[in-house]
Ligand binder design. Sequence first.
Ligand code: PLP
Length: 401
Amino acid sequence: MLQTVAAFDRLGEENAFAVLARATALAQQGKDIINLGIGQPDFRTPPHIVEAAVKALRDGHHGYTPANGILPLREAVARRTLSTTGVEVSPERIMILPGGKPTMYAAIIMFGEPGVDILYPDPGFPIYRSMIEYTGAAPVPVPMREANGFAFSAEETLSLITPRTRLLILNSPANPTGGVTGRSEIEKLVKGLERHPEVAILSDEIYDVMTYDGERHASLLGFPEIAERLIVLNGWSKTWAMTGWRMGGWRMGWSIWPNSAAGAHLYDKVRKLAVNCWSCVNAPTQYAGIAAIDGPQDAVAEMMRAFDRRRSAVVEGLNALPGVSCVTPKGAFYAFPNVEATGWKAKPLAAALLDDAGVALIGGPDFGILGEGYVRVSYANSEANIEKALRRMREFLGRHS
Ligand code: PLP
């Protein structure tokens, strides 16, 4: 019993939420805060998606649904997967969950235990390491290097695999760096993984359509040779600006799991976890999810055009700041500038920028040991606010470098 409770002491946090709380408290005291800290689109969920949820409620869809999600929604995800990856996936392998994080949770508790290694990106989404430590497995960071555009290096990743490795977590396009791993590197990685059939893969593809400059996301789904040990995480939160759809507790996500004897029936295992933990995602949100996938995509395209304009403004503005240099991110809506030459450590700099300049961003160490020397700038804010934040940062660094 004590052992189990102690495991909770190993859980980490996602500091973006602490920064959001501090920024909100400062704003309530009358301070003018520009929030470049939180990772959520500043766009409204498109109206036809909201209407679909309201209609579902009016039509009486307020009971339990199957734990793995309603069939029309899983069919919609299958259609969307085909159109974005060219891969046909049966709805019998698609799991609807209350957000992206529950897939992470399920996959990591399935493979993590004392005595095994789990590889995860560093800097990377903080929950990977937190959940790995919760299980008692050893977290092994895979370095995401600035010189490599914060992409995975197949060679370096493969060199970290040992007989203890049970799970490899990949994320492209990536949080917090905006790094995108190109197809040729993924091909090399998959080729190498064929030598390690005991290693399962969790590919977090939640930013899949958020790429720039003609860069195309290469899904791990495109490699049938690893299909039986591949879990692909995706969801609605970012693409359709639905981060706050928390009516049923958490927001909604989907993931694709092996559903065969060779794939250890992982799909059935995660479905059973759902039955035990949350029963199902709330019904109206599932109908909204169908409308998101099948409805017009012009709002998504408009959002991505806005992100692209902001990305240019952010990268140019950051590179013009004293002591700051920023590689151009190829995906998601984050920039990860190097701030080492300002003379500041990353977390004190982020804290001082919030308190003195009213600009909220996140210190790189909140995303891993290798995040020191960097800060994460989320450009999910208006161009006017981004310009204002950059002016404030320039002024602050002029005073304090
Ligand atoms: N994966 C990555 C890489 C993320 O950045 C996030 C959210 O910030 C998630 C998963 C979690 O998604 P959700 O909010 O739908 O749980």
